[in-house]
Each structure stands twice: as C-alpha cells, then as structure tokens.
Design a protein around this ligand. Structure first.
Ligand SMILES: Cc1cc2nc3c(=O)[nH]c(=O)nc-3n(C[C@H](O)[C@H](O)[C@H](O)COP(=O)(O)OP(=O)(O)OC[C@H]3O[C@@H](n4cnc5c(N)ncnc54)[C@H](O)[C@@H]3O)c2cc1C
Length: 379
C-alpha cells in the first residue's frame, strides 16, 4: 500500500477531523488519487460534539438547488454504504402527521409537502393497514384521526459507525494515512498552506488542507489567517431510551416528538424543547414529559426508561448554506463546512474530489466561499 501511495501523482491533502464529513472527504479524495492524511484527536466519529439525530431528508429545503442537493445526498450515502459496508445507513423514510412540527424547520408543513411534490418527491398517504406495515410499532390510535404522510426517500444514519467504517475503508483500500493527534494550527508560508502543526510539534506537510473539525473549524481556519463564516456553536440535545422491544423503521415526526431507532431496541427521541439545549440543561421534568409523548405513540416504550441524555453541537455557516471551495486569499486552504454534515458530507465529498481534479462542478457554485467577500454587482 505504501508503494502504491508513492506512485500516486495526486496532491498531498491533510484533512483535520474524522467525523462524518472528514471521513467522507478522506475516502473520496484518496479514491480519486490524492495522497490523504487524516488528523483526528479522538476516535473517528466519537467526539462528544458529534452527537446527532442524523436524519437524512430533503424536507423543507429550498430553493430548488438546495433541495436537489439533499436528494442527491441520499444517493451519495447509498453509494458510500455499498462501497464501504457496515450497516450504518437505514433507508426507511419518514412519517409525519398533524403539523409534523417537532423540528425548528417545520413551520409550514402543508406548504413544504406540496413544494416537495411539485419538485418530484414521492409522498404517500398510507391507509391504516399500510401504516401498520410501514411502522408496526406505532399505535395508529395515537394519531387522533389525523392522516399521516410517508416520505419513503429518507434515512437515518448511525453516525459513529459511519465515520469509522468510511475511514477504515479509506485506510484499507485507498492508502489514507490516519494520525491520531490534535491539530494545533495550519502552517502557511508566502500566502499558501504548507502543512498542519500537531500538538506534539510535528508538522504534517500538505499541498491542500481541509478543516473538517466541526465546532473547532473556525479557530483552526483562523490560524491560517483566513475566516470561516460559521455562526457560533449551537447546542442540541435528545434522549436515548434503554433497550426495548421497539424497533422503529422510519423516522417518526409526531407533533411533539421525533423518534428513530438507535439500534438494539433503543429509540432516540428529539423535540423542539430539546433542540437548542445542551445535554446538561435537560432536567427531569423535560425528560419525563418527552418520554410520555413518545410512549403515547410507541406502546413498546411504556415502562422503558432513558439510558442517556445526549447533546451535540451544530456548526452552521452564517447563511445556512455549505461553504465549499478554495479560500479566496490563502492558496491551498480548501473550505468544506456545512450544517447537517451526516446528510451532506458524502455528496459534498464526491463533488470536492472532482473539484480538486479540476473538473467542473456546477452544483458547488452557490456554495463557494467567495460569496462572502465578492463585491456587490453593479446594477
Ligand atoms: C441535536 C442535533 C441534531 C442534529 N440532527 C441532524 C440531522 O438530523 N441530520 C444531519 O445530517 N445532521 C444533523 N445534525 C448535525 C450533524 O450532527 C453535524 O453536522 C455533524 O455531526 C458534523 O459532522 P462533522 O464531521 O462536520 O463534524 P464533527 O462530527 O464535529 O467532527 C469533527 C471531528 O474533528 C475532530 N477535531 C476537532 N478539533 C480537532 C483538532 N484540533 N485536531 C484533530 N481533530 C479535531 C473532533 O474530534 C471530531 O471527531 C444535528 C446536530 C445536533 C447537535
């Protein structure tokens, strides 16, 4: 494998971080010929800040190009899953009813459904019999007579397993080098990056540096003298039940709670009340209230307690859109930052691999970093 690496003509790329985004980048870039080193301070995908609900969907995403990116994102996850294996992708779609408004994005549920239909999404209104086949663990009585909608093209991801499987496959099959170390900063000389400085003092030399370090990305980018336009850290929490007989197949978006399987009979539960709290801010009353709302829909959860309260951190670009492409001022610094990186990491990684090889990638144009610095156009 080492001789294979030496023969490769591709650029030396160092990726900082091996969450869903960094692992996907490392795999795709190495597969397309780059000589990739990943610097990760923790186990891949296992940083406490990476905790996530990991629902993959194109719901309520606009404009059309952003919706299409999310549609392609599921296909990219399926491609990645079939290449690396590991059982981390679960394509069961989502079920919504009432206002479906458990997340902060679902203000206009009906409008979102109609827009998605107009853009070609398959959205079905299952009968009660069909509902029992789609989600056997859901109590249909708990819907209170409301008709659910099922969006079959959607998934949830076991994100830790994903990051681990993808990085492992990159190392095994495509010569990715994995350094378990903390990156202290990005080294530059004469306006271009030269490498990544590790906390022990070593420098990993690089032609291109990509910072995929989640909440730490902005500070690492600043060390190269560049600015990553992400907003401050946004926490979010959810509950994970103890093992139960419940094994949800879909992501269930009920009026007060969202739920999905977390494997082994565990159910992950989110709600709008939890969605902006840190894990340590979730008190016993909120736990009880959330659990009751979940149990009302999933009888198999009655008598089952909470095993963990998890809290993650969202890193969201200033305008909510991914930031992807070369830094306008620092040569060799290539930005890849996005919210919903479980969803968008693999599709962006495919595009970045093409971009780095000089191929045209029209779908990336709305997301270039220069949008923040370009002078306003004359009218
Ligand atoms: C409550 C909540 C719900 C969410 N729901 C969804 C959802 O439904 N769908 C979805 O797609 N996304 C969702 N997200 C967002 C998603 O979890 C994140 O976008 C994703 O985890 C970010 O992945 P990443 O690889 O960019 O960063 P991270 O997962 O944060 O990984 C960054 C990695 O960089 C490493 N690192 C950091 N600093 C250094 C350093 N100095 N040196 C070396 N390594 C370093 C860390 O250890 C870590 O492994 C949610 C987030 C939250 C908080």
């Amino acid at each position: 494998m080492n001789s294979d690496r030496r023969e490769r003509p591709g650029p030396r790329v160092t990726v900082i971080g091996a969450g869903p985004l960094g692992s996907s980048l490392a795999f795709r870039l190495a597969r397309s010929g780059a000589r990739v080193t990943v610097v990760e301070r923790d186990r891949p995908g296992c940083s406490p800040e990476s905790e996530t609900f990991a629902w993959v969907n194109a719901f309520s995403k606009s404009p059309r190009s952003f919706h299409d990116l999310h549609v392609e994102a599921l296909r990219a996850l399926e491609r990645l899953n079939s290449e690396v294996g590991g059982g981390w992708l679960h394509v069961g779609g989502s079920l919504h009813w009432g206002d479906g408004a458990t997340g902060n994005e679902f203000e206009a549920f009906e409008t979102a459904v109609e827009t998605m239909r107009a853009w070609g999404a398959r959205i079905v209104e299952p009968s009660l019999g069909e509902l029992a086949r789609i989600e056997p663990d859901l109590d249909p009585e708990s819907l209170g007579g409301r008709r659910p909608v099922h969006i079959p093209r959607g998934a949830h991801v076991f994100a830790r397993q994903m990051a681990g499987a993808v990085l492992r496959a990159g190392v095994r099959d495509h010569g990715v080098r994995y350094r378990r170390a903390t990156a202290d900063g990005v080294e530059t000389a004469g306006g271009r990056v030269t490498g990544v400085r590790l906390s022990g003092g070593d420098v990993v030399e690089a032609d291109v540096v990509m910072v995929a370090a989640g909440a730490a990305s902005a500070a690492l980018t600043a060390s190269a003298g560049a600015e990553l336009r992400t907003v401050s850290r946004q926490p979010g929490a959810f509950l994970v039940t103890a093992p139960s007989a419940a094994e949800l197949r879909t992501v269930v978006m009920a009026p007060r709670v969202s739920m999905r399987s977390d494997g082994g009979g565990r159910v992950m539960i989110g709600s709008s009340a939890l969605s902006h709290l840190r894990g340590d801010q979730v008190g016993p009353d909120l736990v009880a209230e959330t659990l009751d709302a979940a149990r009302a829909h999933v009888p198999a959860l009655r008598g089952v307690g909470v095993e963990a309260i998890r809290g993650g951190v969202r890193t969201v670009p200033e305008d909510g859109r991914p930031i992807v492409g070369p830094d306008p001022a620092v040569a060799g610094l290539y930005h890849v930052a996005t919210h919903n990186a479980v969803t968008l990491g693999p599709v962006l990684a495919e595009m970045v691999a093409d971009d780095l090889r000089g191929l045209p990638v029209a779908a990336l144009e709305p997301y270039r970093p220069r949008r923040f610095t370009a002078p306003p156009r004359d009218t």
